[in-house]
Design a protein around this ligand. Structure first.
Ligand code: DLL
Length: 429
C-alpha cells in the first residue's frame, strides 16, 4: 500500500533529476544562514558548482557541533515568525540541538510518517497508542500528526504508568503501538506480571534507538505483533526518515526527501554500496532549517539490491553510532552486539547493563545480566555454569574477555524512552 505512490516509486532517472533540482533549491535556501554563507564561500562552492549529484562531494560536512555552536537559532533560514514549532534533542554533553519547523515543514513531515505507516498496511481503521515522550522529543508529536493524517484513532498516552497503558490497549482495542524497543520489552514484562495479554495488538513500531533481530523476535512473540524498525533524527525533522516495509529486511529511506551518502568516518570519503560506514544526509525538503551533508553519526550501509515493493534502495538496520562505539582494549564494540549475544541465551532475560572501568591502566568491561524469571531458583550461587556460558558467548562474539555478573530478575533499571545501558567510567584523558 502506498501513501504517495508516484513519489515512492519514481524511476531511478526521474528520482535523480528530482534530487538534483531539490539539492539546488536547498543550496539557495541555505544562503539565508550565516554559517553556510561563510562555509560555502570558504570552500569555494557556488550555485554553479553543483551540476550533478556527485558534485555534492565539493560541499563541506555539517556536524552536530556546528549546530550546537549555532545555539539557539543560528541555523534557521526563515524569520522566527515563520517558525511554528521548536523541538530539541540532547546529546551526551552540552547544550541541546534546536530544530525549527515552518507550517509547510510540519505538513511535509507528517506526510513522510504517513508514508511509513501506510507502507506496512496501517489504515484509518487502526487504533494507535503513541507511548513516547510528547515534549521536546520529536517522536511524540511527530508520530501523532502522521497518524492523524492517516486517519487513525490516536491515543496520545505518552510514557509512564505502564499498567494503565496496558489497560488502555485492552479497553480501546489498540491495534498499533509506537515506543522504543526497550519500553516495549518492559511493557511485555508488566503485562506478564499482570497476567494479561493484549490480544487486539497487530503492529508494533519501534525505534529511536538501536535494536537487534533477536529483540524483534522476542518482542513479536511476547506482544503478538509484527514489529517494524523506524529510524529518524530530530535534525532531519525526527522520525519518518527510514522505515521497514513488510519484507522487514532493511529500511526504506525516502530518497526524494533525503539524499544519502555513506562515508568512512575517518577519511570522509564515500564508500561503495554494501560497505558499512557513517550515514551522511542532505535533507531536500526542509524549509526552516535546511542542512547540507549532515553527519548523522549513525553506522549503516546502503543495501545493494532494490526491494520488491519498488521503493528503491534500502539502508541496513543501524548498528550503532560511530561515537557510541566503545573501544575496549583496542577492540571496537557496539552495545547492540552485546544485546544480540544475550538474547540468544534463553536463560538470561532481556535486561543488561554494561560498565567500563580502567583498572591498572587496563580497560575492564563488566556486564550485569538479569536472569530469566523461569530460570531463577532463588539462588544466584546455582548459576555458575550459566555465568561461564555467558562469558564464553560474549568472548566468542566480541573477541574480548568480560566480567559477567548475573543478577536477579527485575533488579536492573527499566527505561521508558531511549535505554542507557552503557556506563563508561573511564577517566577521559
Ligand atoms: O530518536 C527520532 C525518532 C523518534 C526516531 C521515534 C524513531 C522513532 P533523536 O532524539 O534526535 O530523534 O535521536 C536520533 O537516535 O541519530 C540514532 O542514533 C538513534 N536512532 C533513531 N532511530 C533509530 C533506529 C529520534 N531505528 C538518534 N535504530 C539517531 C537505531 C536509532 N538508532
Amino acid at each position: 500500500m502506498f501513501w504517495d505512490k508516484k513519489t515512492e516509486t519514481l524511476k531511478p532517472a526521474d528520482l535523480k533529476a528530482l534530487q538534483l533540482k531539490r539539492l539546488k533549491k536547498t543550496l539557495a535556501q541555505v544562503q539565508h544562514v550565516d554559517f553556510y554563507q561563510k562555509r560555502l564561500a570558504e570552500a569555494g562552492v557556488k550555485a554553479s558548482s553543483i551540476k550533478t549529484l556527485d558534485d555534492i562531494r565539493k560541499i563541506p560536512f555539517t556536524k552536530k557541533q556546528d549546530l550546537r555552536d549555532g545555539y539557539p537559532f543560528g541555523f534557521f533560514a526563515v524569520p522566527l515568525k515563520k517558525i511554528v514549532r521548536i523541538h530539541t534533542t540532547s546529546g551526551t554533553t552540552g547544550k541541546p540541538t534546536v530544530v525549527g519547523y515552518t507550517r509547510k515543514d510540519l505538513d511535509t513531515w507528517s506526510d513522510l510518517i504517513a508514508r511509513n505507516m501506510t507502507m506496512v498496511g496501517i489504515t484509518e481503521e487502526d487504533v494507535f497508542q503513541n507511548m513516547v515522550n510528547y515534549g521536546m522529543f520529536t517522536g511524540g508529536l511527530g508520530f501523532h500528526y502522521g497518524a492523524e493524517k492517516v486517519g487513525m484513532t490516536v491515543i496520545p498516552s505518552a510514557t509512564g504508568n505502564t499498567k494503565r497503558q496496558i489497560e488502555m490497549i485492552n479497553d480501546f482495542g489498540v491495534t498499533t503501538i509506537h515506543c522504543t524497543p526497550s519500553y516495549a520489552m518492559h511493557l511485555s514484562e508488566v503485562a506478564e506480571e499482570m497476567g494479561t495479554t493484549m490480544d487486539s495488538l497487530k503492529t508494533g513500531i519501534f525505534g529511536a534507538e538501536a535494536w537487534s533481530e533477536s529483540t524483534r523476535k522476542t518482542l513479536e512473540s511476547r506482544l503478538g505483533v509484527t514489529a517494524y524498525d523506524s529510524y529518524g533524527l530530530s535534525e532531519l525533522f525526527g522520525p519518518g526518515v527510514a522505515f521497514e516495509c513488510p519484507e522487514r529486511d532493511g529500511l526504506h529511506i525516502w530518497h526524494d526527501s533525503y539524499l544519502v551518502e555513506i562515508i568512512d568516518p575517518k577519511t570522509g570519503e564515500q564508500v561503495a554500496d554494501g560497505e558499512r560506514g557513517e550515514m551522511v544526509v542532505t535533507p531536500l525538503v526542509k524549509e526552516a532549517m535546511p542542512l547540507l551533508r549532515y553527519r548523522t553519526g549513525d553506522v549503516t550501509l546502503i543495501m545493494e539490491d532494490g526491494c520488491i515493493c519498488r521503493r528503491g534502495k534500502k539502508i541496513a538496520r543501524i548498528t550503532g553510532r560511530s561515537d557510541d562505539m566503545l573501544v575496549i582494549r583496542g577492540i571496537n564494540v557496539f552495545p547492540s552486539q552485546i544485546e544480540h549475544v544475550l538474547l540468544k541465551i534463553p536463560e538470561v532475560g532481556n535486561q543488561f547493563m554494561v560498565y567500563i572501568d580502567r583498572i591498572n591502566h587496563l580497560d575492564e568491561m563488566t556486564v550485569d545480566v538479569e536472569i530469566n524469571r523461569d530460570s531463577f531458583s532463588g539462588e544466584l550461587a546455582d548459576l555458575a555454569n550459566l555465568q561461564k556460558k555467558v562469558v564464553k558467548e560474549l568472548r566468542d562474539a566480541l573477541e574480548l574477555r568480560t566480567t559477567v555478573k548475573l543478577v536477579e530478575p527485575g533488579s536492573l533499571p527499566r527505561f521508558e524512552g531511549k535505554a542507557k545501558r552503557v556506563v563508561d567510567r573511564r577517566e577521559v584523558v
